[in-house]
Write a new protein. Structure first.
Length: 85
């Protein structure tokens, strides 16, 4: 990025926000494939390898779990408080 005050060029940072649709019309898929890089081939495994599909889920934290994991600290040190003057 050129600078009028300095003789050295600066950096230009661009923030892009992309929103992907939940569904795509099947007639649009060939247009997307022609404009994007080619797909990576699906990895093939030998017959003696057991493969199982899994779906990831967000972990849930229960209140009882949060209390038990207190970093093994049995005592708390007093906290410093700022006073008004």
């Amino acid at each position: 990025m050129p600078s009028q005050r300095h003789h050295e060029p600066g950096d230009l940072y661009v923030k892009i926000s992309v929103q992907f649709p939940d569904t795509i019309d099947s007639s649009v898929i060939p247009l997307l494939e022609s404009s994007l890089p080619p797909r990576k081939a699906v990895e093939k495994f030998p017959r003696n390898v057991a493969v199982e599909e899994a779906q990831l889920q967000e972990p849930t934290v229960r209140a009882s779990d949060a209390r038990e994991d207190a970093m093994d600290e049995d005592h708390e040190e007093p906290r410093v408080q700022c006073s008004n003057q």
